[in-house]
Design a protein around this ligand. Structure first.
Ligand code: ATP
Ligand code: MG
Ligand code: MG
Ligand code: MG
Length: 476
C-alpha cells in the first residue's frame, strides 16, 4: 500500500468518525518556541491551552514535521527521518481516553477492505503510564492481553510542555517486527524490534509548578480534557510495505536507487555505504520540503538547518565517490514520489530547484577552497612525518570553509593520516560556549523558556512544543 494511500485512509477513517479534516500547516508555521513544526499538535496549540476556541470539536490532519534533533540518527536507526509526516486525531474537550484507544485499535487492526490497516492484533504492544488504570482498562476492553501492556514512568509516558499548562499521561503503540529484529520482551526490551508507531496523549490536568519534565505539581484536573495523537506515517508505511526501514518506502527509496546507481554501489551490500545512501535520500527530501515551504539556505536559524541538510547530502555523495553535481539528479525523483500528497511541489518546482542547485554550487566552491588548505595541511604533516592532522587545522577548515569534520577525516585517511578529534572537539565546544554567551548577552540573559513565560503572563498564547526545544543550529 502506497504511503499516499495510507495517509488518505487515515484521514478518511477519522472523517467518517466526525473529525474535520485540516490541511497540514507549513513547516514554518509561526511558533516562537520552535524552528519548525515538529508534531501534528503544533498548529492546534491555541485550542489546547484554551487561548482560542476551537472551530471544531474534533480534527484530523497529516502534518509535515521536521525534527532536527533526530539528524544524527538518520540512516543509523530504522525509524528516524529529519522530515516525516505525522497523522493525527485531536479532540478539543470532546471525546477522551476510551474513544481515543478504541479508534486507534480499530484503525490499526481493522480489516483492510474496510479502510483500515489490518495489522495482526497479536503483534501489537502498548505502554501506559504507571498508575493510569483507566488507559489500561480500556486497552483490555478492546482485547489487549495484560502481558502486552507495559508500564512506564513519567520520563517515558508523561507529556507536558516544560512550563505550567496542560499535561497528561500518554500511551504508545508498538508493532512487533519479529524475532529476527531483536530479543523478546516488548518495547521495554527493544525499540528496534518493537517499533513505536503511534502515540496517544491524554491531556487531563493543569500543571502548576513545573521543575522538570518529571517533577511538577498538578493544580487541578482539566474540566474538559483533550486528545492529541501522533502516528508516524513513514513508520506505518514501512511496516505495511514489508520494508526494513523508513528509507525504503515508496516516497523515499527511488532517491536511494538513483544515488546508488550514480555512485556505482549496490544498496544492501555494505553497511557504511547504506547509511550514506539513506542520509542522502532523507536529506534530499527534507531539503525539498523545506524549500517548498519557503526556507532558503542561510547562516542562522531555519536557513542554517536547510543548508546543513543539503550540504550533508552532497557530502555523503562525495564520500560515496561522486564529485559531479548530484542534486539535479536526485531532486526530481523526490519531487515525483511526493507529488501525490503535495501537488504544490510541481507548481513551485522552478523556485525549489533553483534554490537547491545554487546551494550545491556554493558548497562545491567552498569545498574547492577548503581542499587547497587541506592539501597544504597534509603536506606539512607528511613533511614532519606526523601521522595526525592537528585538530586546529580541522577546526579552521570547518569554521572558515564549512568543511565537515567527517569529510576531513575521510580525506585524511586517504593519505594515511588521522585527525586529532579531541582537539577538534575542544575547539568546537569553546566556539559553542562563546556563541551561547554572545546570544545570552544579546537577549539580556533570558532563555527561550523565560521568554515564553513573559509572553504567557502578558496574555499571549504560546507554549513549548511537543518534544524538546529545537534550537540546535550547528551546520554540518
Ligand atoms: P522515538 O521514540 O522513536 O524517537 P518519539 O517518541 O520521539 O519517537 P513522538 O514524539 O511520540 O515520537 O511522535 C509521534 C509519532 O511520530 C511516533 O510514534 C512516530 O511514529 C513518529 N515519529 C517521531 N519521530 C519521528 C522521526 N524522526 N521520523 C519518523 N517518524 C517519527
Ligand atoms: Mg524521538
Ligand atoms: Mg518514543
Ligand atoms: Mg512517542
Amino acid at each position: 500500500m502506497k504511503t499516499a494511500e495510507i495517509r488518505r485512509r487515515f484521514l478518511d477513517f477519522f472523517v467518517r468518525n466526525d473529525h474535520t479534516e485540516v490541511p497540514s500547516a507549513s513547516l514554518m508555521h509561526h511558533d516562537p518556541t520552535l524552528l519548525f513544526v515538529n508534531a501534528g499538535m503544533v498548529p492546534f496549540k491555541p485550542y489546547f491551552i484554551g487561548a482560542e476556541d476551537a472551530p471544531y470539536a474534533r480534527a484530523t490532519s497529516v502534518q509535515k514535521c521536521v525534527r532536527t534533533l533526530d539528524i544524527e540518527e538518520v540512516g543509523k536507526t530504522t525509524r528516524h527521518g529529519t522530515f516525516f509526516q505525522m497523522n493525527g486525531n485531536f479532540s478539543f474537550g470532546d471525546y477522551f481516553k476510551e474513544e481515543a484507544i478504541a479508534y486507534a485499535w480499530e484503525f490499526s487492526t481493522g480489516a483492510v477492505e474496510d479502510g483500515n490497516l489490518g495489522f495482526d492484533p497479536e503483534r501489537i504492544w502498548v505502554t501506559v503510564l504507571d498508575g493510569d488504570e483507566e488507559a489500561e482498562a480500556y486497552w483490555k476492553s478492546v482485547g489487549m492481553p495484560a502481558d502486552r501492556i507495559q508500564h512506564r514512568g513519567l520520563a517515558d509516558n508523561y507529556w507536558n510542555m516544560g512550563v505550567p499548562g496542560p499535561g497528561g499521561p500518554c500511551s504508545e503503540i508498538y508493532f512487533d517486527r519479529g524475532p529476527e529484529y531483536g530479543p523478546d520482551g516488548g518495547p521495554e526490551a527493544d525499540e528496534d524490534r518493537f517499533l513505536e508507531f503511534w502515540n496517544l496523549v491524554f491531556m487531563q490536568e493543569e500543571l502548576a509548578t513545573v521543575r522538570s519534565k518529571t517533577d511538577f505539581d498538578v493544580a487541578r484536573p482539566l474540566p474538559r480534557p483533550n486528545i492529541d495523537t501522533g502516528m508516524g506515517l513513514e513508520r506505518v508505511a514501512y511496516l505495511m510495505q514489508g520494508k526494513q526501514n523508513m528509507y525504503e518506502i515508496d516516497q523515499v527509496f527511488p532517491v536511494i536507487s538513483r544515488a546508488a546507481e550514480l555512485s556505482g554501489r549496490e544498496y544492501g551490500a555494505d553497511a557504511t555505504s547504506d547509511v550514506r545512501l539513506r542520509v542522502v535520500a532523507d536529506h534530499v527530501r527534507s531539503g525539498m520540503m523545506l524549500i517548498n515551504d519557503g526556507v532558503t539556505p542561510g547562516n542562522e536559524g531555519r536557513g542554517y538547518v536547510l543548508r546543513r541538510l543539503l550540504r550533508r547530502a552532497v557530502r555523503a555523495m562525495r564520500l560515496l565517490g561522486v564529485t559531479d553535481p548530484v542534486l539535479p539528479e536526485l531532486f526530481p525523483l523526490s519531487r515525483d514520489v511526493m507529488a501525490d500528497s503535495y501537488t504544490e511541489i510541481a507548481e513551485q518546482w522552478q523556485r525549489i530547484s533553483d534554490v537547491a542547485y545554487a546551494e550545491e554550487d556554493a558548497f562545491r566552491r567552498t569545498l574547492e577552497a577548503g581542499t587547497q588548505i587541506f592539501d597544504v595541511a597534509v603536506s606539512d604533516a607528511k613533511k614532519s612525518q606526523a601521522s595526525v592532522l592537528p585538530g586546529a587545522q580541522a577546526f579552521q577548515l570547518h569554521d572558515t570553509y564549512g568543511f565537515p569534520i567527517d569529510l576531513t577525516m575521510e580525506m585524511a585517511a586517504e593519505h594515511g593520516l588521522k585527525v586529532d578529534r579531541d582537539e577538534f572537539s575542544r575547539l568546537m565546544t569553546e566556539q559553542r560556549e562563546r556563541a551561547k554567551a554572545d546570544a545570552k548577552a544579546k537577549k539580556g540573559g533570558a532563555t527561550n523558556v523565560e521568554a515564553y513565560r513573559e509572553l504567557r503572563h502578558g496574555g499571549e498564547s504560546t507554549f513549548i512544543g511537543y518534544t524538546e526545544l529545537e534550537t540546535d543550529a550547528r551546520v554540518l
